[in-house]
Design a protein around this ligand. Structure first.
Ligand SMILES: Nc1ncnc2c1ncn2[C@@H]1O[C@H](COP(=O)(O)OP(=O)(O)OP(=O)(O)O)[C@@H](O)[C@H]1O
Ligand SMILES: [Mg+2]
Length: 296
């Protein structure tokens, strides 16, 4: 395994990371380093291995090989390999999911408060008996959750049930939940999927505000190329689990291998869409529009 060292301006390093499912190399010897306070994008065609990279970083999956080194919210640098998922969260590495994961029967604020349950120090018995220390702690967590919801602009909805809320609201709740754990690195898996243009612009603004006000770093996977290209400081492109390119948005847009990877996908999609009368604008088309600097 590689060294567990980060430069002072770095927050996460993945080093020769691989994740194999049987014969499938979903992630194949991938390496990159993310700097403090960066908005870092991870892009690649469908099935490229982006979510698997996230699952390996957060230890949802045990990587087949390689290392993940993280600077935690106490400013200590350590390998995350073998660390339990809830301990990873406690160290300030939090995520949202590609499919929004909320408990529909609970209110929005309760869903956000769940994000802090790992911080709950009062024992189960005190919580059950509602002893003063447990009540005090719950009040503090509730206040923090209200602040997180307010930050995402949905404080007025806090007592409504999560189930039945529009998709855009549920996504905001999921992001609000990440703010509960003293985040150092927030990982967002397709935060703009299913959002309309206005919501996507709002999201871009919120991601920047979170980075600035919570003094943290953002790693995001996103197919909406306008969002990626407009907010990311640097981007890593992957294809079939392998590293393709890393650079600024302009460098990535100009990269021949990246274009090729997306064009390959375009051909496959075109075949699939042959029958469709008016296929929705694909990721690739959006990407190409961006490459050509076309307004949408
Ligand atoms: N738990 C699993 N078991 C077996 N194969 C898996 C598992 N998770 C992912 N894969 C496979 O690994 C590959 C990468 O999947 P992954 O979900 O990481 O891609 P992705 O880049 O996130 O794609 P998308 O853009 O569609 O979300 C795919 O071929 C997928 O089928
Ligand atoms: Mg994915």
């Amino acid at each position: 395994m590689s060294d567990n060292i980060l430069r002072e301006d770095e927050v996460l390093k993945i080093d020769n990371l691989s994740m194999h499912f049987g014969g499938l190399k979903a992630v194949d010897q991938l390496s990159f380093t993310i700097r403090k306070n960066e908005i870092f994008g991870l892009i690649g065609p469908n099935g490229a291995g982006k979510t698997t990279v996230f699952n390996c970083i957060t230890q949802f999956y045990k990587p087949t090989a390689g290392n993940v080194v993280f600077r935690n919210n106490k400013d200590d640098v350590q390998s995350l390999i073998g660390v339990k998922v809830h301990d990873v969260i406690r160290k300030g590495l939090v995520r949202t999911f590609q499919n929004v994961e909320l408990i529909p029967e609970l209110s929005l604020i309760d869903n956000v408060m769940i994000g802090a349950h790992i911080e709950f120090k009062a024992g189960l018995v005190s919580q059950f008996l509602k002893l003063p220390n447990a009540r005090r702690e719950e009040r503090a967590i509730r206040e923090k959750a209200e602040k997180s919801l307010a930050f995402m602009g949905i404080a007025d909805l806090k007592d409504q049930q999560a189930g039945g809320q529009p998709y855009g609201v549920r996504k905001k709740v999921e992001i609000a939940r990440t703010l509960m754990c003293d985040p150092k690195l927030i990982i967002l898996d397709e935060p703009a999927a299913g959002l309309n243009d206005t919501e996507t612009m709002q999201l871009a603004e919120n991601i920047r505000r979170i980075r600035d006000e919570y003094d943290c770093t953002i790693l995001l996977v996103e197919h909406d190329m306008r969002l990626v290209m407009s907010i990311c400081d640097r981007i890593c492109a992957i294809s079939f689990g392998k590293f393709l390119a890393l650079g600024t948005p302009a460098e990535i847009q100009a990269n021949a291998q990246v274009q090729e990877a997306y064009l390959g996908e375009k051909e496959a999609e075109a075949e699939k869409d042959m029958e469709a009368k008016e296929p929705a604008k694909s990721v690739v088309e959006q990407f190409k529009d961006n490459l050509l600097g076309k307004e949408q």
